[in-house]
Design a protein around this ligand. Structure first.
Ligand SMILES: Cc1cc2nc3c(=O)[nH]c(=O)nc-3n(C[C@H](O)[C@H](O)[C@H](O)COP(=O)(O)OP(=O)(O)OC[C@H]3O[C@@H](n4cnc5c(N)ncnc54)[C@H](O)[C@@H]3O)c2cc1C
Length: 541
């Protein structure tokens, strides 16, 4: 092949999957080159919470929390619905714990237990109601990154607060002003920035080449073998040869409207990731003859569109987790009816938002409305609106439920009946319709100044009433080329495409429809990156 440049292993994409692959490949003796389409490093991983879900990990063991391979596999199996490949699941469990230990031993990446954060389905077999598998990042100082410090993907100026501290801050606890000021002066970063900063530092320490503004376009194929890739850089085509392999780590296709319509199981109108994830890796894999899997799936998340904020030149969208968990709130559909346990995990709620009404021939729960009362409004932030502040124009409100119903075009009688029924049950401390409050997960994100189920169940009885529209968003798609347990992409005949690997949201995710717990996307992404980099490096060419 024509070759302008060569690296043993070429990584496409600089999110957590790509950078982990780069480190593993380098540490196994390869010269590595990372190509990143965006001008900055880190993709969705950089703007994420940075939490990593790894079963049976050493932090959990050190804290005396029991976990085991068997528990983890039983848990994933309970979420399988026939869509999880048991070999891939076992590989995720076995290599995940090795991967985080390796990173901690050989790089500046440091995790700590996210205390008490339950799995997302904690009452399932093998689930962990008291946490142990979700890992937070230690703070990481960007001071050592030199000129790279300003080249990490950013959504909003990041607060130097770990995820644990952010959760504590919801309940009035957290570091004091002096501590925060010191952290800012010393360029400490947290969550996704800490993760990507530390992974990037490890790449720089290894002299791994990184080129930004470089969009991979085409794999160079010789029969069933990938020999390199063509990259667009500075308005020219760069032919890169990669004798040991190319790792696709280009993220999902959530910003490619054509693919979203063609593949996802229902509407997804509000991606929350940087807009570079347009399915480029999927296109390259399809052209190479890859078998595809999990194509209808995404990491679903309900969101609020916030017109008074911008992200990447577009109207910002805000993930809705705590807002729908706090007491004195419910979610209703266009018919004014509740349709799910509002406090359930965001990915599983995607199923409820995608419910289809055969009679009306529409998605009856889209859009939905989060409805809450004045007491709630005084106590809790809603997206960009702090508690007690003036009501923004994107938050309809009415003196009574009927006024609110008119403003949001919801049947007024139905809304009144729904609230009346919910209030009666909430006061009695239960939700016979949807079981809100039955799982420990339901109260974890609730109002901790209230005890037991009251942390999530409370009546909407203090006017005025407010509503915000809820849309179907995503933290990325998780369908794409299928891989084997060595992260090698397989073709339609079930054979390995030699020299082609995939990791992260670009690939057919090994957890199927499920989101096992906080960190459930970065856990498999980094594990597959680790496997891919190592395997490519040790591959006999
Ligand atoms: C607000 C938010 C919070 C989140 N919090 C968490 C969390 O705490 N825990 C968790 O597990 N998950 C979380 N997620 C989801 C998580 O961020 C993603 O699932 C994960 O980052 C995917 O990693 P990745 O490496 O596959 O892709 P990405 O991190 O998106 O990286 C892909 C990279 O590939 C680049 N690219 C695309 N096309 C090309 C091309 N043609 N050539 C070269 N480069 C290309 C992109 O620019 C991007 O930099 C969150 C997401 C968001 C948006």
């Amino acid at each position: 092949m024509r070759s302008d440049t060569t690296a043993d292993v070429v990584i496409l994409g600089s999110g957590a999957a790509g950078l982990t692959a780069a480190i593993a490949a380098s540490d196994h003796g390869s010269a590595v080159h990372v190509f990143e389409k965006a001008a900055t490093i880190g993709g969705s991983s950089a703007v994420s919470g940075g939490v990593v879900w790894i079963a049976n990990n050493h932090h959990c063991a050190a804290a005396g929390i029991e976990d085991s391979r068997e528990d983890a596999l039983a848990y994933l199996e309970s979420l399988s619905l026939g869509r999880i490949d048991s070999d891939l699941a076992a590989t995720f469990v076995d290599v995940g714990s090795e991967m985080i230990r390796y990173l901690e031993d050989h790089t500046p990446v440091r995790f700590r237990l996210l205390d008490g954060y339950p799995d997302y389905h904690p009452e399932h077999p093998g689930g962990k109601p008291l946490g142990g598998r979700s890992l937070d990042n230690e703070l990481f100082s960007f001071a050592s990154l030199g000129e790279w410090a300003d080249r990490i993907t950013t959504r909003v100026p990041p607060l130097p607060l770990t995820l644990a501290e952010r959760l504590a801050a919801r309940h009035g606890a957290g570091p004091d002003v002096q501590t925060l000021a010191h952290r800012s002066t010393t360029q400490q970063r947290a969550i996704g920035h800490a993760l990507i900063g530390a992974l990037l530092q490890a790449c720089l320490d290894r002299r791994i080449q990184i080129t930004t503004g470089a969009r991979a376009r085409k794999l160079v194929l010789n029969g069933n073998r990938v020999e390199g890739v063509v990259v667009e850089h500075n308005s020219a085509e760069l032919h890169v040869s990669a004798p040991k392999g190319v790792v696709l780590a280009t993220g999902g296709f959530e910003w490619n409207e054509e693919f979203v319509t063609a593949f996802l199981r229902g509407p997804m109108t509000a991606p929350t990731t940087p807009p570079d994830n347009e399915g480029d890796g999927l296109v390259m894999a399809m052209r190479a003859g890859a078998a595809l899997g999990n194509m209808s799936e995404a990491w679903w998340v309900p969101v609020i569109r916030v017109p008074d904020q911008q992200a990447w030149g577009r109207e910002a969208v805000h993930l809705v987790v705590a807002e729908r968990t706090y007491p004195r709130s419910i979610m209703v559909n266009r018919k004014g009816r509740r349709f799910t346990n509002e406090a359930c995990n965001y990915n599983a709620m995607g199923g409820a938002l995608h419910a289809f009404d055969p009679g009306g021939f529409d998605y009856v729960n889209l859009p939905a409305w989060l409805v809450f009362d004045h007491d709630y409004k005084l106590r809790h932030p809603v997206a960009s609106c702090p508690p007690g502040r003036e009501v923004p124009n994107w938050m309809p409100n009415g003196a009574g439920l009927r006024d609110l119903a008119r403003l949001i075009s919801v049947d007024a009688d139905a809304l009144e009946n729904t609230v009346e029924r919910f209030n009666k049950d909430a006061v009695a401390g239960h939700d016979p319709d949807f079981g809100r409050g039955n799982s420990v997960y339901d109260t974890f994100n609730g109002d901790h100044s209230l005890e037991g189920v009251a942390a999530t169940l409370g009546p909407l009885d203090r006017p005025p009433f407010y509503a915000v529209q809820i849309e179907m968003g995503s933290l990325g798609t998780k369908g794409g080329p299928r891989t084997d347990v060595r992260a090698r992409v397989i073709n339609l005949e079930g054979d390995v495409i030699h020299g082609l690997y995939a990791a992260g949201n670009v690939m057919a995710g090994p957890t199927g429809m499920a989101y096992p717990g906080a960190g459930g996307t970065l856990g498999p992404a980094m594990t597959w990156g680790f496997i891919a980099g190592r395997d490519a490096s040790t591959r006999l060419v």
